[in-house]
Design a protein around this ligand. Structure first.
Ligand SMILES: C[S@@+](CC[C@H](N)C(=O)[O-])C[C@H]1O[C@@H](n2cnc3c(N)ncnc32)[C@H](O)[C@@H]1O
Ligand SMILES: [Zn+2]
Length: 394
């Protein structure tokens, strides 16, 4: 196999030569290579490094036993060892023997073999084996091809009390309701297409993980939820308590009712309170859920995270983009949907308005309003669709 050397963050890595796995249009296809490494996901890894680092400081955890169970060339786990303080031991695992060989070479190249344990195993088998061996994992990273669904129950089972799960999903179309049948089947939800599809995707994924946790008498506290480029990324804290699990479900799981005719939307916690008639246009409302309708982002964590990134992590390749992303998330109004100005303007047959002017208009009417990191044309607001339409029509 032919390798080339790259540097990402503080890590030096051998990766399969990307020039050998390019499509006819010249675009590199990481999944064609014998071991997976996607340079496009470097912001995901930068984000994960800084978030992991902040978790220890924010929650007062001085030592991490962590696992990167779908490790590819090992970039994520290696970066955690090099860039996150307080890693006691990092498990790097992949089912692919070529990956495992490369992970070992990459660990040696960075001089950190003493901090790592390498396995070649199915991730689920490994996680249950570690649980059986009473290994106390307080951070598990799941970064799969497509959906993380097959790895959620084993991850939730093996994370120790008060530990963390970092999870990526790249099956954007099913999660966000664009491929609604695949999404409904995979995540056990009712889905439909909306004009706030990325919000739907993030909340379906979080709601799914919460329901799997509840089955185990566990509960989660969301810390950070991100959509970027071609993936969703979530960080949650896991603990055990049947009563808190019940509280999590009753307070944060719910449904969104959506009118495709006039774009009205609302959310409810209890299906018994659903009224399927659109009060605005008389049309029939569509039901999405169950999904997470509660707060996703811990704003105090985000404030501290932003300070940390500004200070200690200014060497990151995506430093400016990461700060912009985190600041936008911090400033988002907490409602479980956004309004897409393009969709509303097109339904009104008017030009797309300036986003800042629309936000100002809503604020002048007494509502909270902000941009969203989920799409550049989205607005999150406490206002209903009538006020948004009024501002756009102006
Ligand atoms: C998207 S890649 C991981 C990328 C890596 N985390 C990164 O940040 O570059 C998914 C990896 O999971 C591995 N994999 C797929 N199914 C697996 C399974 N059941 N158990 C363990 N590894 C698996 C693949 O070989 C591949 O290396
Ligand atoms: Zn309606």
């Amino acid at each position: 196999m032919e390798y080339v050397k790259v540097v990402e963050g503080r890590a030096h890595l051998l990766i399969p030569n990307p020039d050998l796995f390019r499509r006819s249009d010249g675009v590199y296809e990481p999944s064609w290579a014998p071991v997976f490494y996607n340079p496009r996901a470097s912001l995901n890894r930068d984000l994960s490094v800084v978030t992991f680092a902040k978790l220890g400081e924010f929650y007062g955890i001085s030592s991490f036993n962590a696992a990167d169970v779908l490790a590819g060339v090992g970039v994520r786990g290696i970066r955690y060892i090099l860039e996150v303080p307080n890693i006691n031991n990092m498990i790097l695992n992949d089912i692919n023997q070529n990956a495992v060989t490369l992970i070992k070479e990459n660990l040696a190249m960075n001089g950190i073999n003493d901090k790592a344990s390498v396995y070649r195993s199915d991730a689920n088998a490994l996680l249950y084996r570690l649980k059986e061996g009473r290994v106390k994992l307080n951070y598990v990273d799941v970064d799969p091809y497509g959906t993380p669904v097959p790895f959620i129950p084993s991850s939730l089972s093996s994370i120790t009390r008060g530990g963390f799960l970092g999870v990526t999903a790249t099956d954007i179309a099913p999660l966000s309701g664009v491929k609604q049948f695949a999404g409904s089947r995979r995540y056990d939800v009712m889905l439909t297409r909306t004009d706030f599809k990325y919000e739907v995707g993030l909340r379906v994924l979080l709601g799914y993980i919460a329901r799997r946790a509840a089955e185990l008498d566990k509960y989660l506290e969301p810390i950070l939820g991100v959509f970027h480029d071609h993936y969703f990324r979530l960080f949650v804290r896991i603990d055990r308590s049947a009563s808190k699990s019940h509280k999590m479900i009753s307070e944060n799981l719910g449904y969104i009712l959506y009118c495709k005719n006039c774009l009205q939307r609302t959310h409810i916690n209890d299906l018994n309170s659903a009224n399927f008639n659109c009060l605005r246009c008389g049309g029939k409302l569509e039901l999405l859920g169950p999904l997470w309708v509660g707060v996703i982002n811990n704003k105090e964590f985000l404030n501290q995270l932003i300070d940390l990134v500004k200070g200690r992590y200014n060497y990151l390749g995506n430093h400016a983009r990461l700060l912009k992303l985190l600041s936008t998330i911090r400033d988002e109004v907490e409602v479980p949907y956004y309004y897409d100005l393009t969709s509303i303007a097109s339904s009104l047959k008017v030009n797309i308005p300036k986003i800042d002017e629309t936000i100002e208009c809503l604020e002048n009417m007494g509502f909270k309003a902000s941009r969203t990191h989920l799409t550049p044309t989205g607005i999150k607001t406490t206002a209903g669709v009538e006020a948004v339409v009024e501002c756009i029509a102006k």
